[in-house]
Each structure stands twice: as C-alpha cells, then as structure tokens.
Design a protein around this ligand. Structure first.
Ligand code: KG4
Ligand code: ZN
Length: 344
C-alpha cells in the first residue's frame, strides 16, 4: 500500500511517500523559517502563500524520486488539523483535488497522531501500549496510547506549550526565531543555578502543565535594572533546567500512574538533547525506557503523515475523501479515540 503524505499545518511544507511493505520511498521538506524570521514568528497568511507556491513542485519531486505516478498511489493522507486554518486548507485542497483526479481516496490525518506514531518508524520501535509525551510549539500533553487511534489524554498544559515557552523566552533574551534550538544552544554555554525560577505545577498532584509563568519569570529578571547581558547563557540554562524538571517529573508520574514502562517522546522539543538525557536517566531508575523519533522526524514533516495515514488504512479504515474540504484548526487528539476513553 503506497500512501502520499502532505503536511502543511504550520511553517513546514512536507511531502513523503510511504509503502506499507517497503517503508519510506521518497520525501521532500521545505522550511519557511527564513520567511518568518524577519517577523519573529509565523505569519499565517505568508505561511499559506508559501505552501501554495511549493506544494505542487514538492509533490512532483517526491513522485519522480519514487518513480511513481499519482495513479500508482493507494491514497493521499494530509494534515487536517490542528494548525493554522489557511495553511491546513492548502494541503487539504491539494490532497482532495489530487485524489479525486487520480480516483483514489484522500485521508485526513491528525497532526499530533503523526508526531505520536513517528517513533514506530525507527529500527527499534516501541510496542503498544505506551505513554506519550507530546512536546511541540502548540501542544504539551501526556497521553496513554493503547493502539493506533486509541489515545487517552492524561494531562496537558493549561496555558503556553513548552515549545512556545522556549520560543518566547528566546525572544526575551534577544535570540532569533525559531527560538527553541537557539535557546538550547545558549544554555549549553551557561551554568544553571544563578537564578531561582519557578517549577510551575510541579506539585499539582495531576499530570497538567503550565509554562507561561516560567517565561514571565525570565521576563522579570531581564527587565530588572540589575540585569547584565553576560548572564544570558546562565538564564537560558536555568530556564531549560526548570522546563525539563517539570516535563521529566510529570512523565515519570504518568508512567507510575498507568503502570506503563515505555514513553514515546514526540514533537519539536523532543529534539532537545538535555531533555533526552534527563528523561533517559530518570526512566532508567524506574526500569522504563524512552523512545524518540529519528532527529529529522522530530519536527514537522510529511513522512509522519504518510505513515499515520498508512496505519489507519491498514486497520481497515475507509476514508470519505472527495466530498468536502474540511480542516480543524482546533482538534483534541483524544477525540480520535472512543468517547469513553477521552477526558471531558
Ligand atoms: O513539532 P514542531 O516542529 O511544530 C509544532 O507542531 O509546533 O515543534 C516546533 C517547536 C518550536 O517551539 C521549537 O522552538 C521547538 O519545537 N524546538 C525546540 C528544539 N527544537 C525545536 N525546543 C527546544 N530545544 C530544541 N532543540
Ligand atoms: Zn508538529
């Protein structure tokens, strides 16, 4: 079964072809980072226009690399949400139109399901059931994953996502966009312990998170008259340490609460090496193990969408493509599971 996957939910245009027998056949990825850097964040209208500009060419390139024509595909999977409405509509329109022309089904895919299932593409994949820590620019969630499509929300952020907190803190420290990787690089050069930052909701007794206060604490330090710019690396290190401490502690609590011993870490912040080191060490003490997608699959890409689409088709799901083009900018992942499994 050959599935073309299209990702266009935010600032990456990703296309890939996944074969359920032979694995990944081809992929192409274009990042809009340079386009948005000038504005210090993603400009939705510019994102949509850039997806329109590049998506057809990336699809042609991917098909030609795999030596396939559209008619050779079994389905086209596309990110239908969550994400930016206009950006999602580009991928949805192209996928639905192309599927209609080729006489094959189009399959709407949940972006976070793509992230969540991407570690299954590695040589040493986790087995169901597992816990999952989703840490991206828009989401911070802990889930219990019993199988494809069986997602139970255990806890989530009450305000900013952790990637958003990294990006905002980076901005406060005068770093460029996207801030996460730059803040992480600055933290390596710093020494933690100079600043006392909060660990929001560390002892809340549940698996929810909060990161906006952490970013505000950084803002207050940088705004104080005593602030010295040569402390920036130390502050980055303290911010990262606080964020990682909360993520690690809640991930451990999720494993303890569910009795699971495998933790999948997915989403852009999962690329953070300090987070990986802290999780690996903490999980080892519990006799548990963390699973990560390949570094190239941590941030947004078409491969994870093609793969998630393939998993759904292999479960016998029959997509209702061609009838209408609908996207869901807001779309709780737990809605993919049976209503009884999702938290109100
Ligand atoms: O999953 P993703 O590519 O896009 C969303 O769906 O949001 O995640 C992007 C987020 C951004 O906030 C980015 O700053 C963050 O992931 N990020 C990182 C690192 N690499 C990407 N945050 C911390 N450390 C990193 N190494
Ligand atoms: Zn993402």
């Amino acid at each position: 079964m050959k599935i073309l996957g299209i990702e266009s939910s935010c600032d990456e245009t990703g296309v890939a072809i996944y074969d359920s027998r032979d694995g990944l056949l081809a992929q192409a990825l274009h990042t809009q980072v340079d386009l948005h850097a000038l504005y210090g964040g993603v400009v939705p209208e510019l994102a949509s226009r850039d997806h329109i500009r590049l998506l057809p060419a990336l699809i042609r390139q991917t098909l030609s690399e795999a030596a396939l024509a559209a008619a050779d595909l079994d389905a086209i999977a596309y990110t239908a949400g969550p994400g930016l409405a206009g950006a999602l509509l580009v991928g949805a329109s192209v996928a639905e139109a192309m599927a209609l022309a080729a006489g094959i089904p189009a399959l709407p895919v949940h972006h976070l399901e793509g992230h969540l299932l991407s570690p299954l593409l590695s040589d040493d994949p986790p087995v169901f059931p597992f816990a999952a820590l989703l840490v991206s620019g828009g989401h911070t969630q802990l889930m219990r994953v019993a199988g494809v499509g069986e997602y139970e929300l255990l806890g989530e952020t009450q305000d900013d996502a952790v990637g958003e907190a990294f990006d905002k803190t980076a901005k406060i420290l005068g770093l460029g966009y996207p801030g996460g990787p730059q803040l992480a690089a600055l933290a390596v050069r710093g020494q933690s312990g100079r600043f006392r930052l909060p660990r929001p909701m560390l002892h809340s007794g549940n698996l929810d998170f909060s990161f906006s206060g952490l970013k505000t604490a950084v803002f207050n330090i940088v705004s104080s008259p005593d602030w010295q710019t040569e402390w920036a690396a130390d502050l980055a290190a303290d911010f990262q340490r606080a964020a990682i401490e909360v993520l690690t502690s809640k991930a451990l609590a999720a494993l303890e609460q569910t009795g699971l011993r495998a933790l999948v870490v997915a989403g852009g912040v999962g690329a953070n090496t300090a987070l990986r080191a802290a999780l690996d060490a903490a999980l080892r003490r519990l006799g548990a193990r963390a699973y990560y997608p390949a570094p190239a699959l941590c941030t947004d890409n078409g491969v994870m969408i093609a793969f998630a689409g393939a998993q759904r088709l292999m479960r016998g799901e029959t997509p209702q493509g061609g009838a209408a083009i609908r996207v869901r900018p807001r779309w709780p992942l737990a809605e993919l599971a049976s209503p009884a499994a999702s938290r109100a």
